[in-house]
Design a protein around this ligand. Structure first.
Ligand code: COA
Length: 172
Protein backbone atom coordinates (compact mmCIF):
# COMPACT_ATOMS: atom_id res chain seq x y z
CA UNK A 1 0.00 0.00 0.00
CA UNK A 2 1.18 3.49 -0.86
CA UNK A 3 -0.24 6.83 0.34
CA UNK A 4 0.08 10.00 -1.72
CA UNK A 5 -1.83 13.18 -2.49
CA UNK A 6 -4.95 13.16 -4.65
CA UNK A 7 -4.33 13.48 -8.39
CA UNK A 8 -6.74 15.26 -10.76
CA UNK A 9 -8.90 12.90 -12.84
CA UNK A 10 -9.22 10.22 -10.15
CA UNK A 11 -12.40 11.70 -8.68
CA UNK A 12 -14.48 8.84 -10.07
CA UNK A 13 -12.20 6.22 -8.50
CA UNK A 14 -12.61 8.00 -5.16
CA UNK A 15 -16.38 8.00 -5.62
CA UNK A 16 -16.21 4.19 -5.90
CA UNK A 17 -14.31 4.08 -2.60
CA UNK A 18 -16.85 6.41 -0.97
CA UNK A 19 -19.82 4.50 -2.39
CA UNK A 20 -18.57 1.06 -1.35
CA UNK A 21 -17.49 2.26 2.12
CA UNK A 22 -21.00 3.56 2.74
CA UNK A 23 -23.07 0.86 1.05
CA UNK A 24 -20.98 -2.13 2.24
CA UNK A 25 -19.71 -1.01 5.67
CA UNK A 26 -21.99 1.74 7.00
CA UNK A 27 -25.01 -0.41 6.07
CA UNK A 28 -24.60 -2.06 9.46
CA UNK A 29 -25.63 1.18 11.18
CA UNK A 30 -27.92 3.02 8.75
CA UNK A 31 -31.09 2.21 6.82
CA UNK A 32 -31.25 1.84 3.04
CA UNK A 33 -32.95 5.25 2.82
CA UNK A 34 -30.14 6.84 4.84
CA UNK A 35 -27.41 5.14 2.76
CA UNK A 36 -29.01 6.29 -0.50
CA UNK A 37 -29.26 9.86 0.78
CA UNK A 38 -25.64 9.82 1.96
CA UNK A 39 -24.24 8.16 -1.18
CA UNK A 40 -26.71 8.32 -4.08
CA UNK A 41 -25.61 6.31 -7.12
CA UNK A 42 -26.55 9.26 -9.35
CA UNK A 43 -24.66 11.88 -7.35
CA UNK A 44 -24.06 15.02 -9.42
CA UNK A 45 -20.68 14.61 -11.13
CA UNK A 46 -19.67 18.27 -11.07
CA UNK A 47 -20.59 18.58 -7.41
CA UNK A 48 -18.44 15.55 -6.57
CA UNK A 49 -15.44 16.72 -8.62
CA UNK A 50 -15.54 20.15 -6.93
CA UNK A 51 -15.89 18.55 -3.51
CA UNK A 52 -12.89 16.22 -3.93
CA UNK A 53 -10.68 18.92 -5.45
CA UNK A 54 -11.71 21.25 -2.62
CA UNK A 55 -10.61 18.87 0.15
CA UNK A 56 -7.46 17.63 -1.68
CA UNK A 57 -7.25 14.31 0.22
CA UNK A 58 -4.50 11.81 0.76
CA UNK A 59 -5.14 8.63 -1.23
CA UNK A 60 -4.17 5.08 -0.26
CA UNK A 61 -3.55 2.90 -3.30
CA UNK A 62 -2.80 -0.76 -3.88
CA UNK A 63 -1.38 -1.72 -7.29
CA UNK A 64 -2.15 1.78 -8.53
CA UNK A 65 -5.83 1.59 -7.53
CA UNK A 66 -7.30 3.90 -4.84
CA UNK A 67 -8.61 1.88 -1.87
CA UNK A 68 -9.08 4.66 0.66
CA UNK A 69 -8.80 8.42 1.10
CA UNK A 70 -8.92 11.02 3.85
CA UNK A 71 -8.26 14.75 4.11
CA UNK A 72 -7.12 17.25 6.70
CA UNK A 73 -7.92 20.94 6.40
CA UNK A 74 -5.77 23.84 7.66
CA UNK A 75 -7.91 24.10 10.81
CA UNK A 76 -7.55 20.40 11.64
CA UNK A 77 -10.98 19.40 10.31
CA UNK A 78 -11.22 15.99 8.65
CA UNK A 79 -14.02 16.19 6.10
CA UNK A 80 -13.85 12.77 4.39
CA UNK A 81 -12.42 9.50 5.72
CA UNK A 82 -13.33 6.42 3.70
CA UNK A 83 -11.86 2.98 3.05
CA UNK A 84 -13.28 0.80 0.28
CA UNK A 85 -15.78 -1.76 1.54
CA UNK A 86 -13.76 -4.38 -0.37
CA UNK A 87 -10.61 -3.57 1.63
CA UNK A 88 -11.82 -2.97 5.17
CA UNK A 89 -9.97 -4.11 8.29
CA UNK A 90 -6.64 -4.39 6.48
CA UNK A 91 -4.94 -1.44 8.18
CA UNK A 92 -5.65 1.08 5.41
CA UNK A 93 -7.61 3.41 7.72
CA UNK A 94 -4.84 3.20 10.29
CA UNK A 95 -2.22 4.14 7.67
CA UNK A 96 -4.32 7.12 6.51
CA UNK A 97 -4.78 8.21 10.14
CA UNK A 98 -1.01 8.10 10.60
CA UNK A 99 -0.48 10.33 7.54
CA UNK A 100 -3.09 12.79 8.83
CA UNK A 101 -1.28 12.99 12.18
CA UNK A 102 2.05 13.59 10.41
CA UNK A 103 0.48 16.34 8.29
CA UNK A 104 -1.09 17.91 11.40
CA UNK A 105 2.34 17.99 13.00
CA UNK A 106 3.87 19.56 9.90
CA UNK A 107 1.16 22.26 9.88
CA UNK A 108 1.40 22.85 13.67
CA UNK A 109 -2.26 21.94 14.06
CA UNK A 110 -3.26 21.58 17.71
CA UNK A 111 -6.56 19.72 17.40
CA UNK A 112 -8.28 17.39 14.97
CA UNK A 113 -12.06 17.44 14.55
CA UNK A 114 -14.52 15.54 12.37
CA UNK A 115 -18.22 14.82 12.02
CA UNK A 116 -18.06 11.06 12.30
CA UNK A 117 -20.62 8.47 11.27
CA UNK A 118 -21.87 5.95 13.81
CA UNK A 119 -19.94 3.32 11.85
CA UNK A 120 -16.61 5.08 12.17
CA UNK A 121 -16.91 6.25 15.79
CA UNK A 122 -15.18 3.17 17.31
CA UNK A 123 -12.39 3.58 14.75
CA UNK A 124 -11.87 7.26 15.65
CA UNK A 125 -12.05 6.42 19.38
CA UNK A 126 -9.35 3.84 18.75
CA UNK A 127 -7.08 6.76 17.77
CA UNK A 128 -7.88 8.96 20.77
CA UNK A 129 -10.82 11.01 19.47
CA UNK A 130 -13.71 11.70 21.86
CA UNK A 131 -17.32 12.57 21.15
CA UNK A 132 -18.02 16.25 21.74
CA UNK A 133 -21.60 16.39 20.48
CA UNK A 134 -24.08 13.89 19.13
CA UNK A 135 -25.86 15.28 16.07
CA UNK A 136 -28.69 14.56 13.69
CA UNK A 137 -27.34 15.77 10.37
CA UNK A 138 -29.76 16.10 7.48
CA UNK A 139 -28.50 15.01 4.04
CA UNK A 140 -30.80 15.37 1.03
CA UNK A 141 -33.77 15.60 3.37
CA UNK A 142 -32.91 12.46 5.36
CA UNK A 143 -31.73 12.49 8.98
CA UNK A 144 -28.42 10.72 9.71
CA UNK A 145 -27.17 10.52 13.28
CA UNK A 146 -23.44 11.25 13.61
CA UNK A 147 -21.15 12.92 16.14
CA UNK A 148 -18.66 15.75 16.28
CA UNK A 149 -15.43 14.18 17.52
CA UNK A 150 -12.24 15.87 18.63
CA UNK A 151 -8.67 15.00 19.48
CA UNK A 152 -6.33 17.48 21.16
CA UNK A 153 -2.78 17.21 19.85
CA UNK A 154 -0.81 18.28 22.90
CA UNK A 155 1.72 15.55 22.15
CA UNK A 156 1.35 15.49 18.43
CA UNK A 157 3.64 12.57 17.77
CA UNK A 158 1.68 9.63 16.45
CA UNK A 159 2.48 6.48 18.35
CA UNK A 160 0.18 3.58 17.48
CA UNK A 161 1.14 1.89 20.76
CA UNK A 162 -0.36 4.72 22.81
CA UNK A 163 -3.71 4.99 21.05
CA UNK A 164 -6.05 5.78 23.87
CA UNK A 165 -9.09 3.57 23.44
CA UNK A 166 -9.68 3.45 27.20
CA UNK A 167 -10.40 7.17 27.43
CA UNK A 168 -14.16 7.56 28.00
CA UNK A 169 -16.01 9.63 25.44
CA UNK A 170 -17.45 12.80 26.94
CA UNK A 171 -21.09 11.96 26.41
CA UNK A 172 -20.98 8.35 27.54
C1 COA B 1 -14.07 3.43 9.56
C2 COA B 1 -13.12 3.04 8.44
C3 COA B 1 -12.46 4.29 7.86
C4 COA B 1 -12.03 2.11 9.03
O1 COA B 1 -11.08 1.78 8.00
P1 COA B 1 -10.30 0.37 8.02
O2 COA B 1 -9.25 0.43 6.96
O3 COA B 1 -11.27 -0.76 7.94
O4 COA B 1 -9.64 0.37 9.46
P2 COA B 1 -8.27 -0.38 9.89
O5 COA B 1 -8.25 -1.76 9.30
O6 COA B 1 -7.10 0.48 9.59
O7 COA B 1 -8.48 -0.48 11.46
C5 COA B 1 -7.65 0.22 12.39
C6 COA B 1 -8.09 -0.15 13.78
O8 COA B 1 -9.41 0.31 14.01
C7 COA B 1 -10.27 -0.78 14.33
N1 COA B 1 -11.56 -0.62 13.67
C8 COA B 1 -11.78 -0.36 12.37
N2 COA B 1 -13.10 -0.28 12.14
C9 COA B 1 -13.69 -0.49 13.32
C10 COA B 1 -15.04 -0.55 13.74
N3 COA B 1 -16.05 -0.34 12.89
N4 COA B 1 -15.30 -0.82 15.02
C11 COA B 1 -14.31 -1.04 15.90
N5 COA B 1 -13.00 -0.98 15.57
C12 COA B 1 -12.72 -0.71 14.30
C13 COA B 1 -9.57 -2.01 13.78
O9 COA B 1 -9.92 -3.18 14.50
C14 COA B 1 -8.12 -1.67 13.98
O10 COA B 1 -7.73 -1.93 15.30
P3 COA B 1 -6.38 -2.78 15.60
O11 COA B 1 -5.27 -1.94 15.05
O12 COA B 1 -6.38 -2.88 17.07
O13 COA B 1 -6.56 -4.06 14.88
C15 COA B 1 -13.86 2.26 7.31
O14 COA B 1 -14.47 1.11 7.86
C16 COA B 1 -14.95 3.04 6.61
O15 COA B 1 -14.68 3.72 5.62
N6 COA B 1 -16.20 2.90 7.09
C17 COA B 1 -17.42 3.31 6.40
C18 COA B 1 -17.52 4.75 6.02
C19 COA B 1 -17.47 5.72 7.15
O16 COA B 1 -18.31 5.67 8.03
N7 COA B 1 -16.48 6.61 7.07
C20 COA B 1 -16.30 7.66 8.01
C21 COA B 1 -17.14 8.85 7.69
S1 COA B 1 -16.86 10.06 8.93
Amino acid sequence: MHIRRFQPNEELALFEVYYSAIHLIARNDYSEEQLNAWAPSDLDHELWVNRINGINPFVAEIDGKPVGYADIQQNGYIDHFFVSGHHSRQGIGKALMQVIHSEAKRLNITELTSNVSQTAQPFFERFGFVVVERKKSVIRGVELPNALMRKALRDISFDPTTEDHHRPSQLK
